[in-house]
Design a protein. Sequence first.
Length: 111
Amino acid sequence: MEFLEIAVLLVMGHAVADFTLQPATMVAGKNRHHEIHKKADKNFPEWYYWMTAHSLNHGFAVYIVTGSFTFCIIETTLHWILDYLKCENRINFHQDQALHLACKVGYCFFI
């Protein structure tokens, strides 16, 4: 595959994982400060389960496109960290998305 094709597929994978595969419960659940955790019963998963599941979706999308287990692990880890920073209000939504897309461009340079 060529650079542009890989980049477009990675962005498409990101869109699917960040929007289609992220229901409202996951958006709320991955944020440890969200009120859903105050209202939830003891069987509701902790925030880090939601965050990890969401990040694994992204790692898997990167693996599907690149075939690289290394990029899969890198993406899972970086996505977890960036979304954590967003939930902690250390970065905003636009910075979060820009950094996620920068990761995708970075993978293209190493393929």
